[in-house]
Design a protein. Structure first.
Length: 284
């Protein structure tokens, strides 16, 4: 199933589809030596507006550091989580959706890196919530630590040198429903690289990339580069109001549209290359 999650708020649904339709935290071992992101500093120091999604709320580093994760039992029960939330937990821990059990091992998650600690923090804070997780906290942690922890090249030029020089590929220009503007697609399935350039006039406003076959869990990785070719943790998306755009977080907005609700019986995945019916300009 490739439609956007019904559990995502309406505004988020309008923003979805980052790419074509629309130690766990270590750098990818498949990447050649190049300048890659690290988590010492945020990917971006740009301050979003007050209308920005909860993902951008500041202070997640201090809040996570202040939590005593040892308050959780060694085996943390996650049976109350809905399939979408289980999918995000599995993704953060790099566990295949079908292999996530009824518990999360506390020490293993903590040792896996910042995203593992974000999972534990969200579960700790969500103990008294019917959902079993503080999902806003999780989203903030995902926003802060995902892009930096995957070891992506810090510039688009470095990406082309280290992973694939996709500019030589045949390009397909499409009208993008998520972006309400032309998008140039350059794909190489054998390399597991799927590139979408948002084109405004003669300029590429941003480049969004799906990477396949680079994770232990078999899911997609999501990479965004801005107009200057710098690694980014956010993306511009149109709303239903003409010429009005909002900032959406990456990878969260991307993931909620490239979601696979049939990845396993009780855990969703994030491996859909071509989602349909998504975006502010999607046809009914």
């Amino acid at each position: 199933m490739a439609r956007c999650s019904p559990h995502v708020p309406l505004l988020a649904v309008l923003l979805l589809g980052c790419v074509l339709g629309c130690e766990t935290e270590s750098a990818d071992d498949n990447l050649p030596a190049t300048e890659t992101a690290n988590c010492e500093d945020p990917i971006s120091d740009q301050q979003p507006s007050d209308e920005a999604p909860v993902d951008f709320a500041p202070g997640i580093e201090d809040e996570l550091a202040a939590l005593d994760l040892d308050e959780l039992p060694q085996e943390v029960d996650i049976t109350s989580l809905i399939p979408l939330y289980r999918g995000f937990v599995a993704y953060a821990l790099e566990i295949p959706p079908g292999e996530l059990g009824e518990t999360v091992e506390r020490d293993a998650a903590a040792d896996s890196g910042p995203l593992g600690r974000v999972v534990l923090g969200a579960l700790l804070l969500g103990q008294n919530d019917a959902s079993g997780i503080d999902f806003s906290f999780f989203r903030r942690g995902l926003q802060r630590y995902y892009t930096c922890s995957r070891g992506f090249p810090t510039t688009l030029e470095a990406f082309r040198e280290a992973i694939l020089d996709y500019e030589a590929l045949d390009a397909q220009l499409i009208d993008s429903a998520p972006k309400c503007a032309p998008r140039r697609l350059l794909t190489s399935p054998p390399d597991g690289v799927f590139v979408a350039e948002s084109v405004i006039g003669d300029e590429v406003r941003e480049t969004e990339i799906l990477l396949a076959n680079r994770r232990d869990d078999g899911q997609l990785d999501f990479v965004v580069y801005d107009a200057e070719g710098a690694l980014a943790d956010r993306s511009l998306f149109p709303t239903i109001t003409p010429d009005v755009h909002v900032v959406a977080s990456a990878p969260y907005a991307c993931m909620t549209c490239h979601v696979d609700s049939e990845a396993s019986d009780n855990t969703w995945g994030f491996n859909v290359l071509m989602p349909t019916g998504t975006g502010a300009c999607a046809e009914d």
